[in-house]
Design a protein around this ligand. Structure first.
Ligand code: AMO
Length: 440
């Protein structure tokens, strides 16, 4: 087959920009991929898919030049094409119009037997989908997930700008652990020992001394050995840190953000939510809050006993999810299990000024008030078996006017799971990295 060059052909309209009232009878140029073809002998229908929807291109043999109709016969699913044609009203077409082609360019060939059917008619398991992710992303389900994800990060940035947060980017190559030594990925960094960042924790705290309120949306890396449906080894984290604030203030920011994002998605992604059959509700503010101790009581009343100090693991979280619907906070966790930077309560040091944001049984975020006194921080580092001198680059900033501050980190993919109603985190990450998956 003779392939054509794009030359000076450029798209004039995306599929969702074709307004019948102004464009009927006019010639436009569309570009995209063949989603499907249907042959009725003298009539051929081609569905072209672009990023914003679909267009039906109708080839009536009787009205077209022979070579154009013949060319349409060589179209195969997933071929990239460009079409110049006239917009014509057609009530039978799903979009209410069709395009009658004047010219067609086939811009590349495709494999005869593709490893995945992006129309979703032939079902594939998740591994096959991930192995052939680019084709999978063209399916309406996966595409809807990532359009929603795009909407979420856009809305988040809007929210942060409106609330006067400054966007930062902190190093991904770091010298010390922030979230416990066991989850670090070591890397070869010339003659020094280095790691991939587990979180921007120390840097975001330092930057509050300059910019007051900061946020970062960036990848982080955790060498978690286990394989679950909600853990990955590389993930996008949404982090904030605020000066002159405590854990209650940053919980307020978090619930407002979640409310804003869910409302935004509900209002702007109706089609995608329908495709995914997601029935996410806009949560009421404020979100319910249960202290850790109250949560244990609640579990106890529902025949799930935990001892004070225990972590609330997967089974217990699932139990909670069966009792509480939507988002809620679990606050004031035992200080013992919390990272060194979390502030213990002054009146009751065994309890910390910390919280997790849960959605049903899934932990979406965690955060708290930070220790901002250098001596306390050094003591907590020692108590946790860490070497304060390894943190000199961080500790010295505490002598330069460190304000009281607080913040949180939110796992973006887990929020997307909730919004899109997906059960496996791998579905909502474009190229997931887990214990065994390193490609594509
Ligand atoms: P934490 O370690 O609790 O806190 O992480 C914050 C949130 O990130 C998500 N998350 C993960 N998601 C998928 N796979 C993983 N392996 C994974 N690990 C964590 C969760 C979790 O709630 N520095 C603190 C935050 C802070 O206090 O500001 C931190 O990293 O949704």
């Amino acid at each position: 087959m003779q392939l054509e060059k794009l030359e000076n052909w450029r798209r004039t309209h995306y599929s969702d920009q074709i307004d019948l009232e102004t464009l009927e009878g006019k010639e436009i140029t569309v570009c995209g991929w063949v989603k499907q073809t249907r042959d009725l002998g003298g009539l051929k229908f081609v569905i072209l898919r672009d990023n914003f929807g679909e267009i039906q291109i109708t080839f009536p043999k009787a009205k077209l030049e022979e070579h154009l109709f013949d060319k349409a016969n060589s179209l195969k699913n997933e071929m990239p094409i460009a079409v110049k044609g006239k917009v014509k009203e057609d009530k039978r077409s799903p979009t209410g119009f069709e395009l009658i082609p004047n010219d067609l360019k086939i811009l590349n060939s495709v494999l005869a037997n593709l490893p995945l059917d992006s129309t979703g008619k032939v079902k594939a398991d998740l591994d096959t989908r991930l192995d052939n992710r680019i084709l999978d992303l063209r399916s309406s389900i996966s595409h809807a997930i990532f359009i929603i994800r795009h909407r979420v990060t856009t809305a988040m940035r809007q929210f942060f700008v409106e609330h006067r947060f400054i966007e930062i980017n902190t190093p991904r190559i770091i010298a010390t652990a922030t979230e416990g030594g066991t989850e670090l990925f070591p890397i070869a960094y010339f003659e020094k020992e280095a790691f991939l960042a587990q979180s921007p924790q120390l840097y975001k705290e330092q930057l509050t001394t300059v910019f007051d309120k900061v946020y970062e949306i960036a990848p982080i890396f955790r060498a978690e050995e286990h394989s679950t449906t909600r853990h990955l080894n590389e993930l996008m984290m949404v982090d904030i840190e605020m000066a002159f604030a405590n854990y209650n203030d940053v919980m307020n920011v978090l619930e407002e953000l979640i409310h804003f994002v869910i409302s935004d998605v509900k209002n702007n992604c109706e089609e995608e939510l329908n495709t995914l059959k997601s029935e996410i509700k806009i949560p009421e503010l404020p979100f319910p809050k249960y202290t850790y101790t109250e949560t244990l009581d609640l579990l106890g009343k529902n025949d799930y006993e935990l001892t004070w100090g225990d972590d609330i693991g997967t089974d217990a979280s699932r139990k909670l999810g069966s009792i509480i619907d939507g988002p809620y906070f679990i606050t004031e966790w035992p200080s013992e299990g919390k990272p060194f930077y979390i502030q213990p309560r002054v009146d009751k040091p065994e309890i910390s000024e910390s919280f997790d944001l849960m959605y049903s049984w899934i932990e979406l975020a965690s955060g708290g008030t930070r220790v901002h006194k250098k001596e306390t921080l050094i003591q907590r580092l020692i108590n946790q078996g860490l070497t304060p001198s390894s943190f000199d680059f961080h500790l010295k900033v505490f002598d330069w006017g460190m304000p009281p501050h607080a913040g949180w980190g939110l796992g973006l993919a887990r929020l997307i799971m909730v919004l899109t109603g997906r059960q496996n985190i791998r579905e909502v990450v474009i190229f997931p990295r887990d214990r065994t998956r390193l490609t594509p």
